[in-house]
Ligand binder design. Structure first.
Ligand code: ADP
Ligand code: MG
Length: 237
């Protein structure tokens, strides 16, 4: 489902951190919000999932205006760097938790947990607890939990930041595979330009609360429109 942010403005107190930002993510597309620390990536993601109220502008999921719709009534799945799994629950209980809150029956939950655990390939781990999993496996569980309610939009905020280099590589392609297989519309927040280039259809490069260039990775790399873009792509932060 297409996601459309128009003239999005966000203030904290007297400080405007995002001003009149436009961003359209096509149905089934995965876009990276890329940029240095503090440029407003997470703030944008929090507005899309409804954790932050917008101070101006509109947000549409397809034809539906969700600008003032509360977070729990938006069809979004989120995976955050520090959005921890429930330590006392098994993998199965963690993945199924969003459906348990909705009071779905045990058999129905079990069926959906099996569908998702197959998708993220952790079928043999359902009885374990989070402490018994690797970082990569934990992120697979978090992804399955985020997607179990079949959200229209998947939001990922630095999902690989806590992983070691080898797992990060593996999870880059895994997240992309899962996004492609499900055809879900996705936004990936990252400060890592290699991650953005290798995982996403298009990149929105941000600076000081504004998108300075929005292009495919190839276009952005071969045709940076400013020194800032060239510098950011060429020199890892
Ligand atoms: P990024 O995710 O790109 O690193 P953020 O979106 O977290 O950046 O932050 C953008 C700007 O907004 C920063 O200057 C940050 O200090 C400020 N900011 C973020 N959250 C809050 C908040 N809850 N209260 C006040 N300022 C905030
Ligand atoms: Mg952030």
């Amino acid at each position: 489902m297409e996601l459309r942010l128009e003239k999005f403005t966000k203030r904290f107190g007297d400080t405007t951190v995002i001003k009149d930002m436009d961003l359209t993510v096509g149905s089934g597309e995965m876009i990276a919000l890329l940029g240095p620390s503090g440029c407003g990536k997470s703030t944008t993601l929090f507005a899309v999932c409804g954790i932050h109220k917008m101070n101006g502008g509109t947000l549409h999921f397809g034809d539906r205006d969700v600008t003032t719709v509360p977070a729990q009534e938006r069809s979004v799945g989120v995976v955050f760097q520090n959005y921890a799994l429930y330590p006392h629950m098994t993998v199965e209980q963690n993945i199924g938790f969003p459906l348990k809150i909705q009071k779905l029956g045990k058999a129905a939950i079990r069926k959906e947990v099996e569908r998702l655990s197959e998708l993220v390939q952790i079928g043999e781990l359902l009885d374990r607890r989070p402490a018994q999993l690797s970082g990569g496996q934990q992120q697979r569980v978090a992804l399955a939990r985020a997607m179990i309610r079949k959200p229209d939009v998947l939001l990922l905020d630095e999902p690989l930041a806590n992983l070691d280099a080898k797992l990060r590589l593996e999870m880059r392609s895994e997240i992309r595979r899962i996004q492609r297989e499900t055809g879900i519309t996705a936004i990936l927040v990252t400060h890592d330009q290699v991650e953005a280039m290798s995982m996403c259809d298009r990149i929105a490069l941000m600076k000081d609360g504004k998108i300075v260039q929005l292009d495919t990775p190839e276009q952005m790399y071969s045709n940076p429109r400013s020194q800032f873009v060239a510098g950011f792509l060429g020199n890892p932060p």
